[in-house]
Ligand binder design. Structure first.
Ligand code: KIV
Length: 276
């Protein structure tokens, strides 16, 4: 079976079917996410803190992101694999941006790339235009853009009437420009519900919300948040299972069983010695 295409995404949207996306950073989780039936797997730069143990997304390198994407690509049969381009792997020059986006597709097997865009972010919008002209599908991302966290000063909700927040008009305008540049869908992160609704009504392609409320065309969650594996899970996320607890109990049980001699038993042993 072939992977979900941007045409499949658009036709689900046209039919009013909600779209689903989860992050994954490695093959075992990508396999489960793919089997679970999501439309898209995002190899997020949230791998920075959730997978590589950095403070945030900023230190994630291009090589790390490529390696994570390749692992997810090897595991995913049906979901579209979207590679999140890390901080400054795009934007420094057009040539470097195109070359790096190309590496995600040619070397790592991504089906599309995602680029964060600042309000009215001309540089990124031009890159999206060039990439889509060349055949690289692009998922836009507006609202809270964590790669700009040092610039904006914190994880402020966007679309609020507040100095640290992009105005709803700016989000609508930026999303419209991204669509004009060829983006096939737009992620809205940490945006007031009213601003998210305005963007959703303004553009003819799907909006995928994370902390953007109910009036969007699909939802994305960070996998470690929904599985209960994040150190700090934001209030926007719903936790569907507590793997943190399950893994800790399994590890404690292993330690106890090795210490008490309950593991391994004869069944886990090659050519066991028959003892009297
Ligand atoms: O990196 C990521 O996980 C993301 C999502 C929050 C959309 O960009």
């Amino acid at each position: 079976m072939s992977r979900t295409s941007i045409q499949d995404i658009q036709s689900k949207y046209d039919d009013g079917v909600a779209l689903t996306m989860l992050t994954a950073y490695d093959a075992p989780i990508a396999r489960r996410v793919d089997d679970g039936g999501v439309d898209m797997i995002l190899v997020g730069d949230s791998a920075g803190h959730n997978h590589h143990g950095y403070e945030d997304t900023i230190p994630l390198t291009l090589e790390e992101a490529l390696s994570n994407t390749a692992a997810v690509d090897r595991a995913a049969d049906e979901a579209m694999v979207v590679a999140d381009m890390p901080f400054l792997s795009y934007g420094t020059s057009m040539a470097e941006s195109v070359e790096n986006a190309g590496r995600f597709m040619k070397e790592a097997g991504a089906d599309a790339v995602k680029l964060e865009t600042a309000p009215y972010g001309e540089t990124t919008i031009d890159i999206v235009d060039r990439l889509t002209e060349l055949g690289v599908p692009v998922l836009g991302h507006v609202g809270l853009t964590p790669q700009r966290m040092n610039q904006i000063g914190g994880a402020f909700i966007q679309g609020r009437d507040h100095d640290a927040s992009a105005a709803a008009d700016a989000l609508v305008d930026t999303a419209e420009q991204l669509v004009e540049a060829g983006a096939f869908a737009v992620v809205l992160e940490a945006v007031s519900e009213e601003a998210a609704r305005r963007v959703t009504e303004a553009i003819p392609v799907p909006t995928i919300g994370i902390g953007a409320g109910r009036h969007v065309d699909g939802q994305v969650l960070v996998i470690t948040d929904m599985l209960g594996l994040s150190e700090h899970s934001p209030s926007l996320a719903r936790q569907y299972v507590d793997l943190d607890d399950a893994i800790s109990s399994a590890v404690e049980q292993f330690v106890t069983e090795v210490e008490t001699g309950e593991f391994p038993t004869r069944e886990h042993t090659y050519d066991p010695i028959d003892e009297e």
